[in-house]
Design a protein around this ligand. Structure first.
Ligand code: BDR
Ligand code: CA
Length: 312
């Protein structure tokens, strides 16, 4: 435990968040401090309930900190059309017995950043609202983060929410702009990297049929989303947050990355939420973001199978 890496996750569960969390629950190299919860894929009541339920199903008792229930400035549309109205596929699960903490997620981030100054691995799998709030409360926060891994953005403008924007950034562009202006070192797993790391639905269905309680639960909560994805994106299944979690837990599985300055657009007819990469270094601004371009696909698939208990 002493050598293990302290890990704090900010998330909006969410079907792919759930897979990422199962990966984190499974990691012997990390000590999971808590789950900070934000609204995003669906409303905060659901994302908190889903985090509690997933930890209960997995048998992992971890503090769950409810955070912001809306973006910092403007209301935004959720992604219930992908994840179900409750964010977990509307399977009508029995609510968890586990209870959420009273501390706000932004305050939990600040507190843990002091306790684990310089060592904390912070992973964000949802909109950046809680993190932006935390850094506004205490601008010295970035100096205490060991590694910050963000799932979000579309680095060449191939968005999944609008023409140019990815969901986590588009849901709260003001928060994302604050984070990209405040943190000098961000490891970014963007939507376009996710599209390069899919795996076949048929393969995934095989893993889900493994029979563990985790796999059974995940099969049920992901069923609607998998059907939706098959109709929309064909025979490959993509799990954005799981890919980001692999980059967080196993930096050695990152095969290719490049460092650039990224600006988050908050205005424009089509550009709100776009992540503008300074590819040609025209801005003169310090490059604050490692863009992850390629990860080890075989290791990714193995990690997912392990998280689902699908390998002996
Ligand atoms: C991101 O948006 C959400 O819907 C997913 O959970 C993931 O974090 C992918 O664009
Ligand atoms: Ca998410």
């Amino acid at each position: 435990m002493n050598d293990s890496i302290p890990l704090l996750i900010d998330t909006d569960p969410g079907v792919d968040d759930a897979l990422a969390l199962l990966m984190a629950f499974n990691s012997p190299r990390h000590h999971l401090l808590g789950l900070c919860i934000t609204a995003g894929n669906v409303g905060l009541d659901h994302t908190v309930a889903n985090a509690l339920k997933l930890s209960e199903v997995a048998g992992i008792k971890v503090p769950v900190y409810p955070g912001c229930e809306r973006p910092l400035v403007f209301a935004a549309e959720d992604a219930s059309y992908v994840h179900g109205r409750d964010g977990f596929g509307d399977i009508d699960y029995e609510p968890a017995h586990f209870q959420a903490e009273l501390e706000h997620a932004a305050l939990a981030i600040l507190r843990e950043s002091h306790t684990h100054a310089g060592k904390l691995l912070l992973v964000t799998l949802g909109p950046l609202t809680n993190l932006a709030l935390a850094v506004r409360l205490d601008p010295t926060l970035p100096s205490r983060i060991g590694r910050l891994v963000v799932m979000g953005g579309a680095v060449t403008g191939k968005g999944n929410t609008s023409i140019a924007a990815e969901f986590n950034i588009a849901f709260d562009p003001e928060a994302a702009a604050i984070v990209f202006e405040s943190f000098p070192d961000i490891i970014l797993v963007d939507w376009e990297a996710v599209l390069r790391h899919g795996f076949r639905h048929s393969t995934f269905e095989g893993w889900l049929a493994g029979g563990s309680p985790r796999a059974d639960f995940y099969e049920r909560i992901s069923r609607k989303t998998r059907l939706w994805a098959e109709g929309k994106r064909g025979d490959h299944w993509h799990s954005a947050d799981a890919l980001a979690m692999m980059a967080a837990l196993h930096p050695e599985y990152i095969i290719e990355k490049q460092r650039y300055f990224i600006h988050v657009e908050t205005a424009g007819n089509q550009s709100r939420g776009a992540t503008m990469v300074d590819w040609l270094e025209r801005s003169g601004r310090p490059a604050q973001t490692e863009i992850v371009l390629k990860l080890d696909q075989a290791r990714f698939e193995t990690m997912i199978q392990d998280a689902l208990g699908a390998r002996a």
